[in-house]
Write a protein of this length. Structure first.
Ligand code: MN
Length: 489
């Protein structure tokens, strides 16, 4: 991997990107890492470059790419965040510091899981790009996992599959999610991986390739006749998602039909619908398999038209029809989104609140609708929920926690003086069970004497319980003091 490859990629994404900055980051990182080697025997700087390249591939902005090169420099030197700030600006320094903080996880086992999840969410609420860098770093580490002792290898693979991949899915960074999952699959279930890989890559791909080529020819011809601009791609489902489907639906590999899909990319939304009509005029659609995710996007923001038809030789064939912008979003998720949104005004500094809102929106919509997210919720959040203050600060609480638990998590005084709560901008009772992604605002009455004894019946956290008990005891003591002045006073 060379720095020129990274610069070219970054320039492809954004012609005005500050390539000088990326070069300087490279020179600095090379000096810091010096002759340091990775466990693979490669020079350490290779890892820095690969991480940056992965970021450029998912269309991250220039600062994120530069921070990707620098992501291990704070850990491996005596430089501070301030030093980096002076050299590369506060934005890049904060990104590198954010990634460095994610590494320091004290616990093991289940506690480690919760701790790293909590840190990920905290980092995410401050700057989503920190997580993108962490994903890229992790993906490159996965690619070089062979060099590690088995125990460590399995721990990293498991952690990735349980924490990183679901969050990547939550953020819609599919490209990284797939890659991470397939590598973890290989290490965690080597037998199943090998069997499936053989069946898929060797036995079926040749046949599938011929088939998709045939479809491309027929459809391409027709679209041309109708005067449409288009590209047709095909994608094969990645191995881990096939494996998951076989397991959850208890099917054999040969019974899974949607191992491949054709993607038609056209200029406008109108062209999408037109293309759908053309496909249906060529092949008979399967009933109930037409999905309009353009009119009604998926909870994570995904947009496309889907249809499944009986194609040539009566083969069940899935099409996904979308515009170029939808396609980029589907591949790169939040990373691409950033890119588009900032296109209009790149002089403005990166604004956090929009991203916090994005995450909140994803999570909020998560609750009510799709299975996909429910599953992620189950996998990712288990018995913890993450809730937010109106400013976007993240708090993790046990499932079933109430606004009072939240109030005490912020500050004892806020708990003691709480009189009401707004949950997602609506008044809610103080014993309401909070849900993942809720935003809570506590209404306080400054004149309030102290907590209500009844709260003890519903609070879930020991912190809230202890604070309530202490406050009740104090107020009793004060009453007594007022009636019987204690000796010495
Ligand atoms: Mn690293």
């Amino acid at each position: 991997m060379t720095i020129d490859q990274i610069i070219n990629k970054a320039r492809e994404n954004d012609p005005e990107t500050d390539t000088g900055l990326i070069s300087r980051a490279y020179e600095f990182a090379r000096r810091v890492h010096g002759s340091q080697k990775r466990e693979t025997g490669e020079p350490f700087i290779e890892h820095s470059l690969h991480t940056a390249y992965i970021l450029a591939q998912i269309r991250a902005d220039g600062h994120t790419v530069a921070a990707g090169i620098l992501h291990d420099t704070l850990e491996d030197s005596d430089y501070s965040e301030d030093d980096l700030g002076k050299k590369f600006g506060a934005d890049i320094a904060a990104l590198v510091a954010g990634v460095t903080k994610l590494k320091k996880i004290k616990y093991t086992g289940e506690k480690r899981y919760v701790e790293s999840l909590r840190k990920m969410f905290l980092a995410m609420s401050r700057d989503i790009r920190v997580i993108l860098i962490k994903f890229a770093d992790r993906l490159h580490n996965l690619r070089t996992l062979d060099a590690l002792p088995e125990k460590k290898r399995l721990r990293i693979a498991k952690e990735t599959l349980e924490i990183y991949a679901p969050i990547a899915g939550l953020l819609g960074v599919w490209r990284l999610k797939w890659q991470m999952e397939d590598i973890c699959f290989k290490y965690l279930y080597p037998e199943e991986f090998k069997r499936l890989e053989y069946k898929y890559e060797v036995e079926r791909k040749v046949e599938l390739n011929q088939y998709t080529q045939k479809i491309k020819n027929i459809l391409g011809q027709k679209l041309k006749e109708e005067g449409l601009e288009f590209t047709i791609e095909h994608r094969f489902k990645h191995l881990y998602s096939i494996y998951k489907k076989m397991r959850t639906k208890d099917r054999k590999f040969d019974e899974i039909y949607d191992v491949f899909a054709l993607r038609v990319i056209v200029p406008t939304v109108f062209d999408c619908y037109k293309t759908l009509g053309i496909i249906h005029s060529l092949w008979k659609p399967r009933a109930n398999r037409i999905k309009d995710y353009i009119a009604v996007p998926k909870p994570n923001g995904y947009r496309s038209l889907h249809t499944t038809v009986f194609g040539p030789e009566n083969k069940i064939t899935e099409f996904q029809i979308r515009t170029k912008e939808m396609h980029e979003e589907a591949l790169f998720g939040i990373a691409a989104h950033w890119y588009y949104k900032h296109d209009d005004d790149r002089t403005k500094p990166f604004k956090q609140p929009r991203w916090i809102k994005e995450i909140l929106d994803i999570q909020r919509r998560t609750e009510n609708t799709s299975d996909f997210i429910n599953k992620i919720k189950f996998d990712v959040f288990r018995d913890r929920i993450f809730v937010f203050s109106p400013k976007g600060d993240v708090f993790d609480l046990p499932e079933g926690a109430t606004p009072i638990d939240f109030a005490y998590a912020i500050h004892t005084d806020i708990g003691n003086k709480a009189t009401g709560a707004l949950v997602n901008d609506k008044m809610a009772p103080l014993d309401r069970n909070l849900k993942n992604g809720d935003t809570i605002e506590i209404i306080v009455d400054k004149k309030r004497r102290g907590p209500n004894r009844d709260w003890l019946r519903f609070v879930k956290t020991s912190r809230a319980r202890d604070k309530i008990r202490t406050a009740l005891k104090d107020s009793k003591l004060n009453q007594i003091k007022r009636i019987i002045p204690l000796r010495g006073k």
